[in-house]
Design a binder for this molecule. Sequence first.
Ligand code: GAL
Length: 421
Amino acid sequence: MKTLTTALLSFAICGAVCGSNCEAGEVEVLHFWTSPGEAKSLVELKALLAARRHVWKDFAVVGGGGQNAMTALRQRLLAGNPPASATIKGPAIQEMAALNVFADLDVMARFDHWDEGIPKVVQQQVKYKGHYVAVPVNIHRVNWLWSNSEVLTKSGVVSVPTSFDAFMVAADKIKAAGFVPLAHGGQPWQDFVLFESVVLGVGGADFFKRAFVDLDPYALSSPEMKKVLETFRRLKPYTDDKSRGRDWNVATDMVIKGKAAFQFMGDWAKGEFLVAGQRPGHEFNCTPSPGSASAFSYVVDTFTMFQLKGWEAQKAQGYLAYVLLGDEFQEKFSQRKGSIPVRMNVSVEKFDDCGQSSRRDFISSEKSNELVPSVAVDMAVATWTQAALRAVVSDFWNIEALSVNEAMNKLVLAAASPRPK
Ligand code: GAL
């Protein structure tokens, strides 16, 4: 692995003593943050780089969840022309690191004390063979339920449901009042996000780990899984008939505009509510998805840094790596993105209630062993296994003729699917 020693240290000295007089470089970043909330969260980063006269070259690939971006990245890698950085996460980092394409960030990590503020579970994801190869930037929680306060009131729903049975009762009332109970974006990754919340709410964190981290075939075909699948299927009639293919932020917009009551989505959805000028606890609510209050399925957005030729390019890349974990950026970025800082020593005092409870729940779920990597959003299993599981979940959601037992058999097979050649 190539170490960016000189370049990375020089950026630091540069930052400390020569300010804006330093020579600048271009930094091309591949990402998929194109929804209004996501795009806003990047404004700060672009400005920080511009302040050092580094040039941000946007390589934005549309498509929530990032699958399209991953495809684009693989093409660039095959062509031997990687960008300076790309937002990928979870096991994909390890898979790509094995190709020896990343820069070794250890010098930067030591200089900036990354080991001290970054949780151990996150460190494991961003280190390859003990070396830092990526910069984690935040912690998202997936198991959230977003709701529109006015729609709930108008439907006679007095509190946000905390179990799936209560959810169905509330959803019936909402439907009767003429609203869409569940705003859903029917894309496979979003079907999987919804499913993940059902797994946690019905099966619990321990079951989640057995089934979707350990890939235990007994858990994948257990009575708990049967109940999870049945509950998941019961949610379908509460979605509208235009949900198929819908982008996640379009579904969020249905809740924002008061067309729908609920959305199950990671807390990047909060960015959309905020951009629309709405406030948590007022126009909208953030609550853990039913039955999952003590659990936390996490996603860590991560900027991987590729090996680059050229001094200026490396310097700009080094500066990017540095600012991503700076206190100021950590705070501002997550406030806009809906996440919490990945550096636990960055305060969340100025965060809204959703952010503050997310930090509290992250800490308490780790203590109670209910902190789980999101399987729906790329954190838990190998990319090919995840794709196979996602396809089963999505088929089960879309094809009524697929029985619960068949789905369980398919999950077991998917979990054992071999690495493609
Ligand atoms: C996730 C990502 C988030 C988010 C979301 C929707 O994969 O971790 O940062 O923005 O996709 O695009």
